[in-house]
Design a protein around this ligand. Structure first.
Ligand SMILES: Nc1ncnc2c1ncn2[C@@H]1O[C@H](COP(=O)(O)OP(=O)(O)O)[C@@H](O)[C@H]1O
Ligand SMILES: [Mg+2]
Length: 435
């Protein structure tokens, strides 16, 4: 190096340094505006392009879910195709920079077999000159969260180490901006989670399960459920078959103070009269032929919780007497047993029968009726709450979609008309089957 050329080179170098500093100040200003980070990153790359002859450049960020690097902003690339490019951690030079957290400089890309060239492959070479590629990590909290990649025209005399350090400073500034954004997003997520949590709590407090319907008759039902749930009052549910009596029984239990205790159901219609007593009260070993061991009845199993006696109108007269005694004294004996068993059970009963008629015909005991008829909820038939039909139909379509992972088209207008004009003798159960 001759003495006369040195000052000129020094001046040139100084000029380059000043330009770099000016760029950094500008980038600092650009990235300071985090309202739209993507735009800020793109503007940063553009500045590098304009002032530092970086022909093409990009910022790739690691997607924490897919563990893939994806282009967040680019300069000089065909954007549509660039957006589709992805790298895995450790894959190619870009993937390695993220893995190691260390910059890589490839002065002559034509000589680098490791270069996957996925990004450049998407666009025409604008120059036949040899290209250099520099890739530096964007490090947040000691871990690479992405990279800046940049292409320059190859120059033998270029100080690649300095250029790489310069890009690293830009990357550090980007990291800072990303960190701020992450903080904002974490705050947002926390607020969102909190909101979801509160809603959940609210739902749990007034959980009507999956009961659908907001017609006036149903609102009355919800009101009554809320009113009675937290008491120990016996509830009588009346209404046609398929109107949702069992659902309401569930809702009462799960809104009661007994919700963590068992909800035990028994249908008086499903069992022959001889069996129903042993099911309700249990039996001792040897109580009858076939009673090979002691068995607890539903009353005992429901201890502390709720016993739901469905189709109570079908209970035979002798069992009615026994049930009445349990209700009066809160105690009973197992079949064939002598020990008196005390239980703490809340009773919910349901029927679609006209109990008053049954009393007249001598099929239902009046004294039991008065014991059960303390708090009665009438479930309205579906034809008397037309506004709920569409809601329920949509609910069942969605349920069906979920269960069968299928997409179903919306219900057509003629179909809606048909659904709402039908009189639905089987109520919601029938609607569910039809859907
Ligand atoms: N309001 C409702 N919202 C959603 N599903 C309902 C509703 N009412 C009833 N169903 C459904 O209809 C069917 C019959 O309900 P169920 O409670 O067994 O009626 P019931 O005991 O009065 O015969 C069940 O599959 C239930 O899930
Ligand atoms: Mg039922």
């Amino acid at each position: 190096m001759s003495v006369s050329t040195k000052p000129a080179e020094l001046i040139a170098r100084e000029r380059r340094e000043v330009r770099k500093l000016t760029t950094l100040v500008e980038i600092g200003r650009i990235l300071g505006d985090t309202s739209n980070l993507k735009t800020a990153l793109a503007a940063t790359l553009e500045t590098l392009g304009r002032h530092h002859a970086m022909l093409r450049s990009f910022v790739m960020l690691l997607d924490s879910e897919t563990e893939k690097l994806r282009i967040e902003a680019s300069y000089g690339l065909v954007e549509d195709s660039a957006r589709r490019v992805t790298y895995r951690v450790g894959e190619g030079i870009i993937g390695r920079v993220v893995q190691s957290g260390k910059p890589v400089v490839v002065p002559q890309t034509s000589r680098e077999p490791l270069l996957l060239n996925r990004i450049r492959a998407h666009e025409e070479h604008t120059t036949r000159k040899e290209i250099s590629f520099i890739c530096v990590p964007i490090v947040i909290g000691g871990k690479a969260a992405g990279v800046i990649g940049a292409e320059l025209i190859y120059k033998e005399e270029r100080d690649y180490d300095r250029t790489s350090k310069f890009l690293s400073v830009v990357a550090a500034m980007m990291a800072q901006a990303l960190k701020v954004r992450q903080g904002i997003e974490a705050d947002k997520k926390r607020l969102l989670d909190e909101n979801i949590h509160l809603k959940q709590e609210l739902r749990e407090r007034y959980d009507f399960g999956h009961i659908v319907g907001n017609s006036n008759p149903m609102r009355l039902v919800y009101e009554q459920v809320t009113q009675v749930a937290r008491t120990n009052t016996t509830v009588l549910l009346r209404g046609e078959s398929g109107t949702g009596k069992e659902m309401v029984a569930h809702a009462i239990h799960y809104n009661s103070l007994r919700s963590s205790k068992p909800f035990v159901k028994i249908s008086c219609a499903a069992l022959p009269n001889t069996l129903i007593e042993s099911e309700l009260f249990g039996y001792e070993k040897g109580a009858f032929t076939g009673a090979q061991s002691r068995k607890k009845g539903r009353f005992e199993l429901a201890d502390g919780g709720t016993l739901f006696l469905d189709e109570i109108g079908d209970l035979d007269l002798t069992t009615q007497v026994k049930l009445l005694r349990v209700l009066q004294e809160r105690e009973f004996e197992r079949l064939g047993g002598v020990d008196t068993i005390k239980v703490n059970v809340r009773l919910i009963v349901a029927t679609n029968k006209n109990l008053e008629d049954a009393i007249k015909r001598g099929q239902f005991r009046e004294d039991l009726y008065y014991r059960l008829n303390v708090f009665t909820i009438f479930m309205p038939p579906l034809r008397e709450r037309k506004p709920d039909i569409l809601l329920l139909a949509e609910h069942f379509v969605e349920k069906f979609e979920r269960e069968h992972s299928k997409r179903i088209k919306r219900i057509s207008t003629p179909a809606i008309d048909m659904l709402t004009s039908y009189h639905w003798p089987g109520n919601v159960r029938e609607l569910e089957n039809v859907m």
